[in-house]
Design a protein around this ligand. Sequence first.
Ligand SMILES: *Cc1c(COP(=O)(O)O)cnc(C)c1O
Length: 398
Amino acid sequence: MTLALIDALQDRIASLDVQGLRRRRRTTHSACAPQLVVDGQRVLSFNSNDYLGLAADARIATALQEGVRLYGAGSGASHLVSGHTQAHEALEERLADFMAPHLVQADALYLSTGYMANLAVLTALASATPGEAEIFSDALNHASIIDGARLSRARVTVYPHNDVAALAQALAASDAATRIVVTDSVFSMDGDIAPLPQILALAQRHGAWLVVDDAHGFGVLGEHGRGALEHFSLKSPELVCMGALGKAAGVSGAFVAAHATVIDWLVQRARPYIYTTAAAPALAHALLTSLAVIDSREGQQRRAQLDLLQHQLSELPLRAGWRQLPSNTPIQPLVIGDNAATLAVAQALFSSGIWASAIRAPTVPVGSARLRFTLSATHTQEDVGRLLDALHAIAKEP
Ligand SMILES: *Cc1c(COP(=O)(O)O)cnc(C)c1O
């Protein structure tokens, strides 16, 4: 027996290491919160997508326990066989009601992850006209959109980031029977927001679907937390909205909300929905409590706190070569550029008790390695002050 295959992988990993691209996981020993115990050390973390601070909320944890009492640990089967429970059904009804102001004949589908939801939507919509679909995708879209577009076998046209004029040209040049424009609402590594009103107008003019990945907008944007569609007051039968439920909602999974016919089509054709075991019903049950918090006065207060913190963080201390990206969301990136330099700043922060992961290629374009600070409503102004002080000290080092 030779170890040639293992050796080849080890060479590849060694080469990632040399380039400053090797990924390592840190192990946390406490519930998701700004204050964490990581590898035995207490740190202040700016990494999670737990924007509203619900991931460790006692009311939601209790609802999860209640869900386990009612439904046990697992669903036992896929949704179309026997895994679709009253808990899933109740969550989908609640989500459809919640998103109804922005859709026509709104319905919703709960899926195990946002990654799978994007695969589901793109493959199913493209399969309406096999061989005659084209997907128009923003250059900075999330990996799950890129993978969904590939899996759909549609023609894929990537347009420059947020470039509405380029998208208009591409749509005008297309003769595909099914056209699908797809974009992140809030870009996950940049924090900026797509110009959705202009993009929707274009999609409508060209008879195209607009798929919005609202992973970072749902729960955070809009007065009621309905996300980017509420933020921009959009409403259309051609809108398909994906919202993550493991980020601001603090639990797990994702939903697709759209016209009831689109949801019916997903149930018929979306392989990432059909050929997988339904998520644990207890998760769906717990999510009803999350949604109640999101859609409440308390939810509004948590969003107001996020706004406050984000303004506090809107001017980072910089040194030559560093660049803060303009962002009006809880995602605040500091682009450093070089992998090794970014890792060094992350390490210096960690030594002063602050944890913010270094984000490198291929998650972001080569040469734009960055620290990405994400805020949660459970951070305090004192927490953000500590981050600013620590960055200040690092920026002043020779
Ligand atoms: C996190 C994320 C997803 C995937 O959602 P999961 O539920 O974590 O699988 C999809 N799109 C974007 C933009 C995301 O940030």
